[in-house]
Design a binder for this molecule. Structure first.
Ligand code: HEM
Length: 542
């Protein structure tokens, strides 16, 4: 028996050396372990040890797996691990499952804040991942010559059909040009009309609620708005959620589950893009893909009626096929637009209403600015050209996205294998390390935003009297560098369209009995911040 256990243990340790070099998927890991055990079984059988075959199989399998896991654990906690010099909680250093648990519960960014508070700006947040909360990491990680995206993004997509957000280098630059066409200056004028038309529909519903003095769940309605807008923006046809007042297509449930699945698979790339064997992950991924595919089929069946994103991505205006994307790739970009654009902008608007309602002085100032613009003949909810003339409202938006960045942690980058490692913010980071530079951590750091770091003060963005320390390089709600949010300008337009109109047309107050402290406490994170209901009573001003 000794020889069985010792040879299986030696096999487990050797397999660890193999897996350490290149992380396998769960399917390939199981196949390799089973194959290696089968080979060992064949050798040991020839030695005629007198053990029943079943005992041999169980002893080999059990010992190999146990040794493999022990070897992995010991190495991760040992002083020989390349990230040993970086501090972090024991469970985080031991296994990524700890991060997955936090992601599943939706409190990853809150936990990270506590970990940074305890261990400092550079922490080991998983066996092979570090989080750097230092402004000097922004350019080397996210900037033009920064680090590439890798497994966190790649793991979530079927091979070959990854959308813009998963690409690197020349492939990314090429695909990004198509998106830039769809979000350029002339396209934005058309998208502003889509946003304004959406506001018109929302206003009809809000007027009804104001007349009846019924409570409006801002989170629900602004999500309906956000999703409808994305339908119009991406596929030239809104989904009718605001008009019906119902989410018949289960848009939010689908997107939310999709984001949870993506986050988990991103952290556990060995699960593979199908979320191996976990039915709820699998169905969430397929539901959204099928939904996007249906949008694509509907869109293909009709010509462009507006200059939607599809029009630009599929080059409907071009008379050659040069560089056209396949329908599968277009569908992947379509799902990306729905996921990246709908939830994010809606969350930003909801949070902005929350911060304005909890800071009545700021709300009054913002409203005065909107009213003054109207007195000058401007209507910010139909015309984006006048948005720069609303500095205070823009500052309220910036302050909202500082305190509650919609993508609080953001995805990781990886130090390329073969690079020999790099030095970031004065710290040597070995190759194949995942690096996170989380907006939430930078935005809440008094070194970059002070005084009153955790308080809503839009003034910090506009007053230049030396009172405020506002380091704009540390402000990254849309990420930074060439892979930063391509929809940034569009999102800002949407937010100002809706919030300026709300300020102009309604007085708003929290519903009777609502405790505003609950809002921030119940914000979760599933890649995107997931905000709780926001019950508000509207009264018409005009
Ligand atoms: C307040 C609203 C928004 C916020 C805070 C936001 C934030 C972000 C962030 C942080 C990223 C980088 C993600 C990463 O590196 O993993 C990103 C990327 C992206 N966003 Fe947004 N976003 C918003 C709205 C939008 C809108 C309206 C669209 C329109 C379709 C959009 C489309 C995209 C796309 C396509 C990418 C990938 C860009 C690339 O890889 O080149 N986003 N966004």
């Amino acid at each position: 028996m000794d020889i069985v256990v010792s040879s299986a243990a030696a096999l487990g340790i050797s397999l660890h050396q193999l897996f350490r070099r290149r992380e396998p998927t769960i399917a390939s890991a199981l196949a390799i372990v089973a194959g290696a055990d089968a080979a060992l079984f064949a050798i040991l059988e020839r030695l005629e040890l007198g053990l029943p075959a079943s005992t041999l199989v169980y002893s080999l399998g059990g010992t190999t797996f146990a040794t493999l896991l022990l070897s992995i654990a010991a190495y991760r906690l040992s002083p020989w691990h390349p990230l040993a010099r970086y501090p972090g909680p024991l469970l985080h250093r031991l296994t990524k499952l700890r991060t997955v648990y936090a992601s599943w519960r939706g409190n990853h960014f809150k936990e990270m804040a506590k970990i940074h508070d305890k261990y400092g700006p550079v922490v080991r947040m998983a066996p092979n991942a570090i989080s750097i909360a230092d402004v000097s990491a922004v350019a080397p990680v996210l900037g033009a010559n920064g680090l590439p995206k890798d497994r966190y993004y790649r793991a979530r997509q079927p091979p070959g059909n990854g959308p813009l957000i998963t690409l690197n280098g020349a492939q990314h630059a090429h695909r990004r040009r198509l998106w830039n066409r769809g979000l350029g200056k002339s396209a934005l004028t058309s998208h502003t009309q889509t946003a304004a038309a959406g506001w018109g529909r929302l206003r009809t519903q809000f007027d009804r609620a104001a007349d009846a003095q019924t409570t409006v769940d801002m989170s629900l309605w602004l999500r309906f708005y956000g999703f409808d807008f994305m339908g119009g923006f991406a596929f030239g046809k809104e989904f009718g959620l605001v008009e019906s007042g119902k989410d018949d297509v289960k848009a939010w449930q689908t997107i939310n589950k999709f984001l949870i699945a993506h986050d988990i698979i991103g952290h556990l790339p060995w699960l593979g893009w199908r979320g191996a064997f976990i039915p709820s992950l699998l169905s969430a991924l397929f539901k959204l893909r099928n939904f996007a595919r249906k949008c694509v089929q509907d869109r293909l069946a009709r010509p462009a009626t507006t200059l939607d994103l599809w029009y630009y991505l599929s080059k409907e205006d071009a008379d050659d096929n040069d560089g056209r994307l396949t329908v599968e790739k277009l569908a992947a970009e379509g799902s990306l637009a729905l996921v990246a654009g709908a939830d994010t902008s809606a969350t930003a608007m909801i949070s902005m209403i929350y911060f304005l309602l909890t800071n009545p002085d700021c709300l009054s100032k913002a409203r005065e600015e909107v009213d003054a613009a109207v007195a000058n003949g401007l209507a910010p909810w139909t015309n984006a050209e006048c948005h720069p003339a609303l500095p205070y409202l823009n500052a309220c938006m910036d302050e909202t996205l500082r305190l509650l960045p919609v993508v609080p942690t953001n995805g990781s980058r990886v130090v390329p294998i073969g690079s020999g490692g790099i030095t970031i913010a004065g710290h040597f980071i070995p190759e194949d390390t995942e690096v996170f530079v989380a907006p939430y951590q930078l935005h809440h750091d008094p070194r970059y935003f002070s005084p009153h770091t955790s308080i809503f003060h839009p003034e910090r963005w506009i007053e230049d009297d030396g009172k405020w320390n506002t380091q704009r390089e540390a402000y990254i709600p849309f990420s930074a560098g060439p892979m930063q949010c391509v929809g940034k300008n569009l999102a800002k337009i949407e937010i100002i369209v809706v919030v300026s109109a709300l300020l102009r047309y309604y007085d708003m107050k929290f519903a009777e009995g609502y405790d505003p402290a609950m809002f921030l406490e119940h914000v979760e994170e599933h890649i995107v911040a997931d905000v709780p209901p926001l019950p508000v009573v509207l009264t018409k001003r005009l």
